[in-house]
Design a protein around this ligand. Structure first.
Ligand code: FE2
Length: 309
């Protein structure tokens, strides 16, 4: 497949301060490499913006996006938006290239990238527009998010909230004693069984979603699995929070989930510390491989979700 990168993304800047390449682990994902001097200039300029200021004042999040765009060049915002909206690609990775190990710098960079796309959604788990969470050896939570040793099954984000979730961003903050735990991504057009599920009577019938207590969301939302969006055939699904009404619906959902897990289109993608991935939440499902057991396992991630401006 290896869809070519549109030339328009690369043109128009006399001195491009970023480059695009195919991601080594997933041929639809674009890896964006920002010029190191541009990154350093961005980090230096925004270091005066403290993270609490970003949490309390939404317009400051856009200030970071504008500062990054100024240092990386005019084409940068259009390029990353173009990638996320392009059905052939729909996702990218970009990182800080070990220029900093400061978690506040990670928050600032992730915020800037997210707000080049559009406003971040409120994350009810953290109470602000992003959430940091740790995966380690022991966990007593009520969902797979922080459970290291089992497969975190393929899903979309935002299934149980009524607001739209157009994109999601995940950034790795720290990782120690971690073997396994790769991110797993499936683009709908790489899922060979999809039409069997789309054409099924239950494929477009609304299902009920309810979140567990830790998500701090009390709504229940009804939405179909498959629907048409501006990006074409789209999906909304998470096995943990969808509430089947009977055995037939349960068997259908189980079959669909099993098919996504086993699809050859599902690829494992590694993410270094200081790198982030952005995916279009309409035509990608994502999950996580299990980690190998280790009492000292530690991984910290940040997530942001939002809409396209
Ligand atoms: Fe997720």
């Amino acid at each position: 497949m290896n869809a070519p990168l549109p030339a328009a993304w690369l043109a128009g800047n006399d001195e491009p301060r970023f480059q695009l390449s195919a991601h080594p682990d997933h041929d639809r994902i674009v890896h964006v490499t920002i010029d190191r001097d541009a990154l350093l200039a961005f980090l230096h300029e925004v270091r005066k913006v403290d993270v609490q200021n970003l949490e309390y004042v939404p317009f400051m999040r856009y200030e970071l996006a504008s500062t990054l765009a100024r240092h990386v060049g005019d084409d940068f915002a259009a390029t990353v938006n173009g990638i996320v909206k392009d059905r052939q690609h729909g996702g990218f990775t970009v990182g800080l290239q070990e220029l900093t190990a400061d978690a506040d710098d990670f928050v600032r960079f992730g915020t800037a990238i997210g707000h080049l796309l559009g406003p971040g959604n409120h994350d009810a788990m953290s109470g602000t527009y992003y959430a940091r969470f740790v995966v380690k050896h022991t966990d007593n939570s009520d969902s797979y998010l922080r459970q290291a040793y089992r497969l975190f099954t393929m899903h979309t984000d935002g299934t149980f909230v009524s607001e739209a979730t157009d994109w999601l961003l995940m950034m790795k903050f720290a990782e120690r004693n971690a073997v396994g735990g790769e991110s797993r991504f499936l683009h709908l057009d790489d899922w060979e069984d999809i039409h069997r599920f789309v054409c099924h009577r239950l494929g477009t019938k609304p299902f009920l979603y309810k979140a567990p207590g830790s998500k701090n969301v009390s709504d229940s939302v009804e939405r179909p699995l498959f629907f048409q969006s501006e990006f074409g055939l789209s999906i909304s699904f998470i096995d943990q929070f969808v509430q089947p009404r009977n055995r037939e619906e349960a068997a259908f959902l189980n079959d669909l989930s099993t098919s996504m897990e086993a699809s050859p289109g599902t690829r494992e993608v590694s993410l270094p510390v200081g790198d982030l991935v952005v995916l279009n939440n309409y035509f990608y499902v994502h999950g996580r491989a299990p980690f190998e057991k280790n009492a000292s396992l530690f991984r910290e991630l940040m997530r942001q979700r939002g809409t396209l401006a």
